[in-house]
Ligand binder design. Structure first.
Ligand code: UT7
Length: 325
């Protein structure tokens, strides 16, 4: 028994945060942002939580797959910006959908999270433990961005993507590769809670800056430029395929320069690599499923095509998967 992705969905909140608006907030300019990142605007969830974005993406994926919430028996949500520590994002989405027959839990693997979630769902389905899974990548990163830090606030946006994975005699996920290097974790970090130095004493006040995402951009960039291709090579090797067997590469949308590095390294025609970072920025775990849902909506996905997905970022983590539509 294998598994196959049968439905894709995405939801982007309507409010746009343009480079022009960021120019008013920090010492930056449109040319710098476009040249260094490829981003022109991102979306901001004004008043909506991660669960609301995720549930909207999930409904679209269910519709695309021709399934109902009652068909789901597993929900795996990847996020670094859950609305609550508990209940999990997956449980909140389950409640919102009324998916009463599902097990539900979250995973935290930052920008590699969707590929991790896919591998987890595929493994459960292959083992025969579940039949129909909803996997999610959903973030409201605007809640942990410090809008006075020009090195991070230009990058991140909010959004959600979802996919339905079904048990299938077809092997629709021929290879996956998951990896992490926790020793480098400090270069891309967001604090969950203050350290409990005096748990019975006065509570440590926690302002937004202590919770905000901090990044040593150059170091993360170097990691991504080397580890994304390595993860891609590993998935290709495990599947016994070469890059020429791949119809589409769908990379995490972190920085256009990383995507250009991938294009150069594999001598790929640009039209084989899906890019939407200009419109949505970096939505961490949500970038890859948002790309997939857009590709579906635009009629770019044909039956039998092979896609190579690659995620990389916080953790630090890197992950890749080959999927066959
Ligand atoms: O999703 C997780 C994975 N994420 C990634 O892989 C992305 C990681 N990193 C990056 O995308 C890039 O490192 C950044 C876009 C964050 C920064 O680009 P960079 O080419 O690494 O620039 P830099 O940090 O080396 O900064 C170059 C210059 C500096 O000025 P000086 O020291 O040369 O005078 C910065 O102070 O650009 C300055 N700078 C800015 N200038 C205008 C930094 N941020 C900005 C800004 N606007 N927003």
């Amino acid at each position: 028994m294998g598994s196959q992705i049968t439905g894709f969905g995405a939801y982007l909140p309507p409010q746009r945060l343009t480079n022009g608006r960021l120019e008013q907030l920090v010492d930056t300019n449109n040319d710098w942002i476009v040249q260094r990142t490829g981003i022109r605007e991102r979306r901001i969830a004004n008043g909506e939580g991660t669960a609301q974005l995720a549930a909207k993406a999930a409904r679209r994926a269910l519709e695309d797959a021709g399934k109902t919430p009652a068909d789901l028996d597993l929900i795996v949500a990847a996020t670094v910006t859950p609305d609550r520590f508990t209940p999990s994002l997956a449980c909140m989405v389950q409640a919102e959908l009324g998916a009463a027959n599902a097990a539900a839990f979250d995973i935290s693997a930052a920008c590699s999270g969707f590929v991790y979630a896919l591998d987890i769902a595929d493994s459960f389905l292959q083992a025969g433990k579940f039949r129909t899974a909803l996997i999610l990548g959903a973030e409201t990163l605007s809640r942990i961005v410090d809008y006075s830090d020009r090195s991070t606030c230009i990058l991140f946006g909010d959004g959600a993507g979802a996919a339905i994975v079904e048990a299938s005699p077809v092997n629709g996920v021929p290879a996956t590769y998951l990896w992490a290097d926790g020793a480098q974790g400090g270069v891309l970090c967001a604090q969950a809670l203050p350290l409990g130095e005096d748990p019975l004493g006065e509570r440590v006040p926690q302002d937004i800056h202590s919770r905000a995402v901090h990044m040593a951009g150059g170091e993360v960039l170097r990691f991504s430029l080397s580890e994304a291709p390595r993860a891609m090579d590993e998935a290709l090797r495990r599947a016994g395929l070469t890059i020429d067997d791949i119809d589409w590469v769908v990379p995490h949308q972190a920085n256009k320069r990383i995507i250009s590095g991938i294009i150069r390294r594999y001598r790929l025609p640009e039209e084989k690599v899906y890019v939407n970072i200009d419109r949505f920025g970096n939505t961490s775990s949500a970038t890859i499923p948002i790309c997939l849902a857009e590709m579906r909506e635009r009629g770019l996905l044909q039956k039998g095509q092979r896609l190579l997905l690659v995620g990389f970022g916080g953790g630090l983590t890197a992950a890749s998967a080959i999927i066959q539509i």
